[in-house]
Design a protein around this ligand. Structure first.
Ligand code: HEM
Length: 569
């Protein structure tokens, strides 16, 4: 036997072999003979042996992999199990808040670690929050870190070739045109007017209604409706009407929401599985196909109507309209041909995705933080009162006051408070790039071609190395220098991304958030309903999982008078 085995044998193997030996040394019974003739007995014995050896080999491999995982833990901070990778650490560690978990691990690992997902999934990636690495991948070696094929293939059904999903020339062309548009005076005027209309003729009416009825409202839902209507006006030049009284469900908004959710799910589903589901029109993939149809129907109808309007010779619409759709309709592609309807649809859908939720979730976290920091709320109120008080015309000082663009710009404390909210709760908590060619980060991490790199924006706001010991406190003052707002490097404060792909809507987003926040705060105290759970949702945008249930209390004149007189003292 030892000829065959150089290691001591398992007792089960000994039994199996001795059974075989006994059989050969004893006279053959008729049934054993039949077994032997048919080969069953020998085959069974052989298979049994093989089975036992397989178990041994499997156990040996398992032990080897566990030892290897324990060794890797030293370098990567987490246990890397066979088959399931680091998923158990993620599941055990997360306890409801994946962003906090990433922050903890990344702080232990000095800013960068490699996450290994289960085998055959797409979850392997390098996660970093080191500002030096961010500057390198977002700016210094920008061309080596595109969005990449994996991202593009995952979101293509919804986003097509729009700015969010494009690299290289297709991205450059859209970026250049949209950037010119975003910085034009005509565009600024259009966005200011549409926001004014939405806040004063819609938002405040909905809130006033809730005050009169004395019912709590989900402020996050209301703000999401506000920014959805606003960005549709910017992209399509059409108001879908989500923020109308009664808060109706709008099919286009519903379809957009469903399509985004189902697309996000693809990032945690093995590619082969979601592609098979798509092929058979199953589950979330079936829902995705349907919701994309809803988005496309809406887009096609708007494009068709706009083309008709623009073709009417008497129409002056071309000169009046400054929405992105009309601007891109007036341009030509590289072959001097007008852009296809599909490409026009992609451009608009991408802008809606970019500007739809980011400002509203930031405002939701901002109002929640104010609830816990009433002294900050008082300072913002003082800033608003200071502006109104400084007006020359007494008529403009009433409760129905409307902030002017130059006044919004002057509100530096409010800008600091919003930046502080975005530092702690960035609307895009993690973002990602792909490595084009083998490279090395400034912190020494080697990244191979095809690696996915995730930059943990949420974790960055909680790093002592970047923001100091008080990094978890809400302190707008850290953004002020002699009372003036001072911006931070985009590679430390990455809420708006950085480098050539810096958020195109950043200035507008600040304007929008300041305008809406000031209009609400001047009129109402926003009180979060007691025991309402506030947790981030696991999604590409940092929604509050259960919304933000608040009670609105009308501020009375005496409160404003108190603020004003305390300012005089
Ligand atoms: C608080 C509000 C906002 C935040 C925190 C924010 C954040 C970001 C971030 C992190 C990116 C990079 C995404 C990526 O490349 O993966 C981005 C890109 C972009 N954002 Fe914003 N955004 C905000 C509001 C807006 C608004 C209101 C608009 C438009 C109306 C907008 C338009 C865009 C566009 C077009 C891009 C793509 C830029 C490019 O790839 O070249 N954003 N934004």
């Amino acid at each position: 036997m030892n000829n065959y085995h150089s290691i001591p044998l398992h007792p089960n193997i000994m039994t199996a072999l001795s059974t075989t030996t006994n059989f050969t040394s004893s006279p053959l019974s008729s049934s054993s003979f039949r077994d032997l003739v048919s080969g069953n007995f020998l085959v069974r014995g052989f298979l049994h042996l093989l089975e036992i050896q397989m178990v041994e080999i499997f156990l040996a491999i398992l032990v080897f992999l566990i030892i290897r995982s324990l060794r890797q833990r030293k370098h990567q901070g987490l246990l890397n199990w066979p088959f399931v990778g680091m998923l158990p650490s993620l599941i055990l560690g997360v306890r409801g808040d994946v962003y906090e978990w990433i922050s903890e691990v990344i702080c232990r690992q000095n800013g960068t670690f490699t996450f290994r997902g289960p085998w055959f999934t797409n979850l392997n990636c390098v996660i970093t929050s080191d500002p030096r690495n961010l500057e390198y991948l977002l700016k210094t070696n920008f061309s080596n870190f595109p969005k990449g094929e994996y991202f593009r293939n995952t979101v293509r059904d919804l986003l097509g070739d729009g700015i969010f999903n494009a690299d290289d020339k297709i991205w450059q062309r859209q970026r250049k045109t949209a950037s010119l548009e975003f910085h034009s005076a005509k565009f600024r005027q259009m966005t200011t007017e549409s926001l004014l209309e939405l806040v004063h003729a819609r938002l405040l009416l909905v809130l006033e209604d809730a005050v009169n009825q004395s019912v709590p409202v989900d402020l996050q839902d209301i703000l999401l409706r506000l920014t959805f209507d606003n960005v549709c006006m910017i992209a399509f030049g059409v108001d879908p009407g989500c923020l109308r009284p009664g808060l109706p469900e709008i099919p286009f908004a519903r379809a957009f929401e469903d399509a985004t959710e189902a697309t996000t799910l693809r990032f945690v589903t093995p590619t082969l599985i979601w592609k098979t589901m798509r092929f058979f029109n199953l589950g979330t993939e079936g829902k995705l196909i349907k919701s994309i149809e809803g988005v496309d129907d809406f887009a096609q109808e708007v494009i068709r109507t706009r083309k008709k309007e623009l073709s009417l010779e008497s129409s002056d619409v071309n000169k009046q309209r400054t929405d992105l759709l009309t601007v891109f309709m007036g341009l030509k592609d590289e072959e001097e041909q007008p852009f296809s309807d599909k490409f026009l649809r992609d451009i608009c859908v991408n802008f809606i995705l970019a500007g739809r939720d980011t400002s509203s979730v930031a405002l939701s976290w901002f109002f929640w933080l104010l609830n816990q920091n009433p002294e900050v709320e008082q300072k913002i109120l003082a800033e608003i009162c200071g502006i109104i008080n400084g007006r020359e015309d007494n008529k403009e000082k009433g409760n129905d006051f409307v902030l002017k663009p130059e006044e919004v710009k002057k509100m530096e404390y409010l800008q600091a408070a919003l930046s502080e909210a975005l530092r702690l709760y960035p609307s895009v908590p993690v973002d990602h790039k792909e490595v084009l060619e083998d490279d090395k980060f400034p912190d020494g991490t080697v990244v191979k071609k095809g690696t996915k790199v995730v930059y943990a924006i949420y974790a960055m706001g909680r790093m002592e190395e970047i923001w100091g010991k008080d990094c978890r406190e809400f302190k707008p003052e850290r953004w002020l220098n002699n009372g003036r707002f001072t911006s931070e490097s985009a590679y430390k404060f990455t809420a708006f991304n950085g480098g050539p792909r810096l958020c195109l809507g950043k200035d507008f987003a600040y304007y929008q958030m300041k305008f809406a926040a000031a209009a609400i705060l001047y009129r109402y105290r926003v009180v979060v309903v007691e025991n309402h759970p506030v947790l981030p949702k696991m999604a590409l945008t940092m929604y509050m999982k259960y919304g933000l249930k608040v009670k609105l209390l009308r501020r009375d004149k005496s409160e404003i008078q108190n603020v004003l007189s305390s300012m005089k003292n």
